[in-house]
Design a protein around this ligand. Structure first.
Ligand code: CMP
Length: 515
């Protein structure tokens, strides 16, 4: 006798994989319902597949009970329950258990394992339906070729994805750039077909894995064995007349004192004079950023710091030079600028003891002959042994060291600061430079050349006397330093030297002995 409808249903429920599939679904439902509400994965697919299975089974049982051939129903029901089982196990393992264990399973692994499970299920279904899928593929050359062609790209992507995972060349969280045309983005997942990156512009770009494996990919901010960081350059412009040392020092100090958020302190921030563009000094703040996600906001914070630092130093961002030239042509403006400069020069002259005896007019004349001569920290302003006619330098700002000798035997004989001068020895006697004077900080000086000085000593011969005094004093210290000749009485050397020097000065400038 033919089995009845309910017999068939009961047999279907107990037969084959059904109890296992049901058990997997129950386990999945229990596990998922234990999770907190917001973190529950969707169970729609396995449940929907199970429902479809139930419907096809019922249809199959009804058809069979009624005496119809219902093989198709049973096979469909079998396929549906296998898929439901795969889906349930996938949710249970990859969406519940693995996250609970705290493992980070690459997305592509989940995709591939699921795909293999589905293929196995399909083969099982094929077997039940009486066709051997594996046999079909191996025996039919045409089918194999067609499949091969169809899967060519997909396989390339899958293999690419697997390769990316295995060699860990790209990881979730990395920022990558594929070159012009594709904005850089942060890798959010690597799947079997593509790798997804999220860009600053809130877009997601799906890059086929095969392209990532074949092409050149720039991983931003990564270097072997080093923490993640990326170099940023923030440009700013300052009038070219502002001494670069001043700009660099002011900006650097402001950035080092309180590093901007997301800026690393090692490697340290640099402030560079990068060039001169459109008549302006072109500077760069070069710093290292931790999080590429906030590159523009951090650049903006750095730029704001620069603005304030420059303001405090009495400067500011400059506008393009065309505008400056328009105002610079203005007569009144030129006059004001000259007056300002004259005042600065007169102030500088007033600070030099040696020139204290000059009257107002002589000072003005000298001021007109001074030349601006600023030096960057580290520069040599005179070099021992040079026969330059660079003249005498009056220091307005900064510090300098007077050194003799070179290399290991080099030694410092004195330091000079604002109001002091150097270079008078060769100016006044025509001898070679007796020492190297090095700028210890950025130094602002005014240079007095031979012509200007000649005019000065001619009108005030006593200046030659004062200078000869100082010169003798300096020279004796040089002598001491050179020979460490403590046995010579210092005053004796000085007196001799002074007379000698005065004679040389007079000779050099053609001054009479009595003047
Ligand atoms: P000049 O020889 O033209 O160039 C080097 C300068 O170093 C020299 O002039 C002096 O002005 C300066 N100099 C040399 N010795 C001393 C010293 N002992 N103290 C201060 N300045 C010095």
């Amino acid at each position: 006798m033919e089995p009845g409808f309910f017999d068939l249903l009961a047999r279907a429920a107990l037969d084959g994989p059904t109890p296992w599939v049901l058990a997997a679904l129950v386990a999945m439902v229990v596990a998922v319902s234990r999770l907190p509400a917001g973190r529950r994965p969707s169970m729609k697919l396995p449940i929907a597949l199970l429902l479809l299975h139930a419907i096809t089974t019922t249809a199959g049982a009804a058809a069979t009970a009624a005496g119809y051939a219902a093989q198709t129903y049973w096979i469909a029901a079998y396929a549906l329950e296998l898929f439901a089982g795969v889906a349930a196990v996938s949710v249970l393992v990859f969406r519940v258990t693995v996250p609970q264990l705290g493992w980070r399973v690459p997305r592509i692994l989940i995709d591939i394992v699921t795909a293999i499970a589905v293929i196995v299920a399909l083969i099982a279904v094929g077997k039940r339906a009486g066709l051997s899928l594996a046999g079909l593929i191996t025996t039919s050359a045409v089918l194999t070729a067609v499949l091969g062609f169809a899967l060519q790209d997909t396989l390339g992507n899958i293999m690419g994805g697997i390769a990316l995972q295995l060699d860990q060349s790209i990881d979730v969280g990395d920022w990558i750039s594929l070159g012009p045309g594709t904005p850089p983005g942060k890798v959010v997942e690597i799947r079997w077909r593509y790798t997804a990156i999220e860009t600053h512009a809130w877009t997601t770009i799906l890059i086929p894995n095969s392209q990532l494996v074949k092409g050149t990919v720039t991983v931003l901010g990564r270097r072997q064995g080093e923490p993640h960081r990326v170099r940023r350059d923030v440009d700013f412009y300052v009038e070219v007349a502002v001494p670069p040392g001043e700009v660099i020092e002011a900006v650097h100090a402001a950035l080092v004192a309180d590093p901007v958020a997301n800026m690393v302190t090692e490697p340290p921030v640099q402030v560079l004079l990068y060039g001169v563009a459109e008549g302006r000094g072109w500077y760069k703040v070069r710093y290292w950023l931790i999080d590429i996600g906030v590159d523009d906001p951090t650049d903006a914070a750095v730029r704001a710091r620069v603005w304030y630092a420059l303001r405090r130093a009495g400067h500011g961002f400059s506008i393009p030079a065309q505008h400056l030239l328009v105002t610079a042509q203005d007569e009144a403006h030129l006059q004001r600028r000259d007056d300002r400069e004259l005042r600065r020069r007169l102030d500088a002259i007033a600070r030099v003891d040696l020139l204290a005896s000059l009257d107002e007019e002589e000072r003005r004349q000298l001021a007109g002959r001074l030349r601006d001569a600023p030096f960057r920290a580290g520069e040599a302003m005179t070099r021992e042994g040079d026969a330059d006619d660079g003249g005498l330098f009056v220091i307005v700002a900064g510090r300098a060291a007077v050194r003799i000798g070179a290399g290991a035997t080099a030694r410092e004989v004195a330091q000079l600061g604002p109001g002091q001068f150097f270079g008078e020895m060769s100016l006044m006697t025509g001898e070679k430079r007796s020492a190297t004077v090095v700028a210890l900080t950025d130094v602002v000086t005014y240079r007095i050349d031979k012509v200007a000085f000649e005019a000065l000593v001619r009108s005030r011969p006593e200046i030659a006397d004062d200078i000869a005094d100082l010169l003798a004093e300096r020279r004796s210290r040089l002598l001491e330093a050179r020979e460490a000749s403590d046995d010579l009485s210092r005053s004796g050397v000085r007196a001799r030297t002074k007379n000698d020097i005065l004679g040389r000065i007079r000779g050099f400038f053609n001054l009479g002995a009595g003047r």
